[in-house]
Design a protein around this ligand. Structure first.
Ligand code: GLP
Length: 257
């Protein structure tokens, strides 16, 4: 039986327009929930792609007094095998790029640990899933896209039903991170990542991709039959997903960035 999944709505825009639009959507959600005396749970990503959103959220906090007191955040993933506070850890990235700028207290910022002992991997991952569930599930998940179609660190081979777990990083992922770590040998071999099912459980998903280097994988995400060969294709089954992408990512126009 062939299952036809709905297409992902695409919004062509510049990275700046995408950042402003998604940040505005988050701000509206935060304000509406606060007015109703409720909290908001955000799912957050790292990499270059969400930086514009984080800069805009910082601006909204500083200049428009957007208050994040009712926000709880869960990051998609973290490298494994880095000491706490390592400059390349996603925890450090999030503190420097967002959490400090919006005044989010540490107890409301959740990121898998980068230095869990192997004997504790399973329990740590189970606990992360439990924390998300206890918070009421993720209201809005920000997502970037790896060149090989990974979302979070769900590399090719990740199943539709996968949950938070320890993953082996694929060679292209480690190559892409080599610049940040100085060389590919210094890039961790493993990470802890929310699973595909964890991501799909978010009530809204906002996927962003910019630059011609993402064109091929954006095309595959939008058109290839959903399968674990390209985990991002599983997003096509989600009831409230949107893709924000520029002309280069959508149509391969311009030079790779
Ligand atoms: C890493 C992260 C992903 C991110 C991807 C793309 O692998 N774990 O969450 O989406 O990189 O990074 P960039 O946004 O820099 O292209």
């Amino acid at each position: 039986m062939t299952v036809t999944l709905p297409p992902i709505p695409q919004l062509e825009c510049s990275p700046l327009e995408a950042a402003r639009t998604v940040a505005r959507e988050i701000a509206e959600l935060v304000r509406a929930r606060r007015a109703a005396g409720r909290g908001v749970v955000l799912g957050l990503a790292t990499g270059r792609t969400p930086l514009g959103i984080y800069a805009e959220l910082g601006r909204l906090h500083r200049e428009e007094r957007l208050d994040f007191a009712n926000v709880t955040a869960f990051n998609l993933d973290e490298y494994l095998g880095l000491r706490a506070g390592h400059p390349r850890s996603y925890r450090r990235y999030m503190r420097e790029r967002l959490f400090d700028a919006i005044g989010l207290p540490p107890e409301q910022c959740h990121i898998p640990s980068s230095d869990v002992a192997p004997s504790q991997w399973e329990a740590h991952c189970r606990e992360y899933e439990r924390l998300i569930a206890d918070a009421g599930g993720i209201d809005l998940q920000i997502l970037g896209l790896g060149r090989n179609g990974h979302i979070g660190f769900n590399e090719p081979g990740s199943g539709r039903d996968s949950r938070t777990r320890v993953v082996e990083l694929a060679p292209p992922t480690r190559v892409d991170a080599a610049g940040e770590f100085g060389s590919v040998e210094h890039v961790p071999e493993r990470a802890i990542s929310m699973g595909v099912a964890t991501i799909l459980a978010a009530r809204r998903i906002r996927l962003l991709a910019f630059g011609a280097a993402k064109h091929e994988i954006v095309t595959r995400t939008l058109t290839a039959p959903p399968s674990s060969d390209t985990p991002a294709t599983f997003l096509r089954g989600h009831p409230d997903v949107r893709l924000y992408a520029d002309a280069a990512a959508l149509r391969g126009e311009g030079s790779p960035s």
